[in-house]
Ligand binder design. Structure first.
Ligand code: NAD
Length: 250
């Protein structure tokens, strides 16, 4: 019996990185996983490597009509939604002066708007079938910002408080909602950061120096936190900010 046996989980941004590893981890513990992304090829490949319990759907999290279709598809195929991981995100760098208003809107649209739509339509489906667990991917920079991440940190701060609002609304409906706040995790998202260093080794050392545990985060570190929040082991935990950052925020 797995820790999330037979739960139906939809994960956005699941073609790569943290989303993909979380989908794998949930599937290892018995969940039926739906990987959602705009990257068709990588997403379908990830689902096929996970195997029988996994499927892929094309979902751009910024498109409201796509969310409606996705929830209809999940209900028609699996009858309910137990876990929703709102993970899709983008992280273009830029300080308040260099960030264009277009870029600001794009980042807010994907990182905050996409999570809002996920919560809105996820709650709608979950409440008809006894509740569920929503896990929103925020960031440590929602709590401690960085000059060069003006739009990104603002978008992740929006996710932090939206999560608490959803937790308050969803509690009586049996819906929990928590946010996860990773530190620097080894994914494609850190490519721009890595390019600031002459080689791989010095980039790793810089990441390791950011936290007292002295190493960069791996996708499995976040996937294990997601697994806990998805499972009934966290059944009395809602509205929480789970920092998974090697202690960086300390
Ligand atoms: P990643 O770039 O490897 O993966 C992001 C995924 O989101 C990709 O598969 C991408 O195609 C998808 N995506 C982007 N826009 C989308 C859209 N409009 N609709 C659907 N899918 C879309 O990055 P990652 O590191 O795995 O990031 C996952 C989440 O974790 C993001 O929300 C990110 O902000 C957050 N996070 C990452 C780090 C880190 O250091 N890697 C730290 C803190 C928070």
């Amino acid at each position: 019996m797995g820790r999330v046996q037979d739960k139906v989980a939809l994960i956005t941004g699941a073609a790569l990185g943290i989303g993909r590893r979380s989908a794998e981890r949930l599937a290892e513990e018995g969940a039926v996983v739906v990987l959602a992304d705009v990257l068709e090829e990588e997403g379908a490949q990830a689902a096929s490597e996970i195997g029988g319990q996994a499927s892929f759907i094309n979902l751009d999290v910024t498109q409201e009509s796509a969310w409606v279709r996705a929830m209809e598809w999940v209900e028609a195929n699996f009858g309910r939604l137990d876990v929703l991981m709102n993970n899709a995100g983008i992280s273009p760098a830029g300080d308040v002066e260099s960030t264009t208003y277009d870029l600001w809107q794009q980042v807010m649209n994907v990182n905050a708007g996409g999570v809002f739509l996920g919560c809105k339509y996820g709650v709608g489906l979950m409440k008809r079938h006894g509740g569920g667990s929503i896990i929103n991917m925020s960031s440590m920079v929602a709590i401690r910002s960085s000059a060069n991440l003006a739009a990104y940190s603002a978008s992740k701060a929006a996710v932090r408080l939206l999560t608490k609002s959803v937790a308050l609304y969803g509690g009586p409906l049996g819906i929990r909602c928590n946010s996860v706040h990773p530190g620097g995790v080894q994914t494609r998202m850190l490519d721009a950061f890595r390019k600031l260093f002459p080689d791989e080794e010095s980039a790793n050392q810089a990441l390791a120096r950011q936290n007292p545990l002295g190493r960069p985060g791996e996708t499995i570190d976040i996937a294990n936190a997601v697994l806990y929040l998805a499972s009934d082991e966290s059944s009395w935990t809602t509205g929480m900010e789970m920092c998974v950052d090697g202690g960086a925020l300390l």
